[in-house]
Design a protein around this ligand. Structure first.
Ligand SMILES: Nc1ncnc2c1ncn2[C@@H]1O[C@H](COP(=O)(O)OP(=O)(O)OP(=O)(O)O)[C@@H](O)[C@H]1O
Ligand SMILES: [Mg+2]
Length: 349
């Protein structure tokens, strides 16, 4: 629900008179000892910590509904709640500015991945909501970097590991990709963040010292069978791709662990926090013509899919590039009734 605003004609807050000031409304008039009060966000007038104050008023006639423009006109910055439940300033960006901001972040994703392939960045954590193109962006750069190795039949110096990895599996991967130009990507392998042994291996592998020695401290027939030593120097790069919001992790112990890892890594948050950001990301990729590459759609058909997403946004289960592709699938298979099908499959009941 959108934020309501009221303009208080006459009221008082801690003996200070309030006259003709617009506030974000938190709770309507409530009867109190003398007259009553309304609860508002008073932070623009009284500063931080005053996000919820009671202004004494005589009755409901002491204020009237107002709007966000009147609030801004007072020099106040409106706020809203984002997908993560945090209260943040309301966006005043235009669509073009949003797409520019998001485009710039993805540009950084490409440049940093390239730098990892060149051995210039030893670790990076990429975070962002599902289905916005994190994996796609990283993989595109790895592929580019691997072209020459593939043509000349050399070993490809990067690998994307998806899903679960055991500690010994991690040790093995690190060993096989321990060269200076090697890149290991852990995509949606969040389990390694929750495992002490794995995390300690990573902390050693990504430390900022000159040599990064990793050891496996117990007997392992698996390692000896494969001829993997029980310690080696790691000189490669690692990229983590995750949906995990590091800032919102509850467990204190895990938080400390993650901080130790974060401290060793470049951290790239793709900041697609609002539904609008995500819709505009979809439009941005659709505009490149690449999103629907495999569908042989006319421009009109592409536009129809995007329009359908924008129109039905509040009802969608998920707003992501994947949702756009699912709708495109339906369009292709059921040209006569794709909207009907999409309403059932990609929307909330
Ligand atoms: N720049 C792009 N051009 C064309 N298609 C893209 C582009 N970026 C992403 N896609 C497509 O969008 C879909 C979702 O992208 P991707 O898998 O990279 O998302 P993600 O952010 O890694 O999501 P998750 O966190 O769920 O893994 C994929 O099918 C991918 O092929
Ligand atoms: Mg992914």
């Amino acid at each position: 629900m959108s934020q309501a605003y009221i303009k208080i004609a006459a009221g008082t807050y801690r003996n200070q008179a309030i006259s003709n000031v617009v506030f974000p409304l938190i709770k309507q008039f409530t009867h109190g000892a003398k007259g009553g009060f309304v609860t508002v966000d008073g932070s623009h007038m009284f500063g931080e910590g005053k996000e919820k104050i009671r202004i004494t008023v005589d009755n409901v006639m002491s204020y009237q509904f107002s709007d966000v423009d009147a609030y801004i006109a007072q020099g106040a910055a409106p706020k809203e709640t984002n997908l993560a439940g945090e209260v943040v300033p309301v966006s005043t960006e235009t669509d073009e500015q949003v797409m520019e901001r998001i485009g710039a972040r993805f540009e950084i994703l490409h440049e940093m991945t390239k730098a990892a392939c060149d051995g210039n960045i030893r670790a990076m954590i990429v975070t962002g909501p599902p289905g916005v193109g994190k994996s796609f962006g990283v993989e595109a750069e790895l592929e580019k970097a691997a072209i020459f190795d593939r043509i000349s039949g050399k070993r490809v110096r990067s690998e994307v590991v998806k899903g679960a990895v055991t500690p010994i599996g991690l040790y093995q991967k690190l060993y096989h990709f321990s060269g200076k130009d090697d890149v290991l990507v852990f995509d949606d392998s969040d389990q390694i963040f929750f495992d002490d042994l794995s995390l300690n291996l990573l902390k050693a592998a990504l430390d900022s010292g000159k040599t990064r020695k990793i050891s496996w401290n117990s007997e392992s027939s698996t390692l000896s069978r494969e001829g993997i030593p029980d310690s080696f120097n790691f000189r490669g790069s690692v990229i983590f791709i995750t949906n995990l919001s590091f800032a919102n992790v509850k467990s204190k112990k895990l938080q400390e662990h993650l901080m130790a890892l974060e401290s060793r890594c470049h951290f790239l948050d793709l900041t697609l926090d609002t539904v609008r950001d995500k819709l505009l990301r979809i439009r941005q990729i659709a505009n490149t013509g690449e999103l629907f590459n495999d569908y042989d759609f006319s421009q009109t058909q592409q536009d129809e899919v995007i329009e359908f997403l924008f129109e039905n946004q509040p009802k969608l289960r998920e707003v992501s590039l994947r949702t756009a592709l699912k709708i495109a699938d339906l369009y292709k298979s059921f040209p006569m009734k794709w909207k009907e099908m999409a309403r059932v499959t990609v929307m909330k009941a």
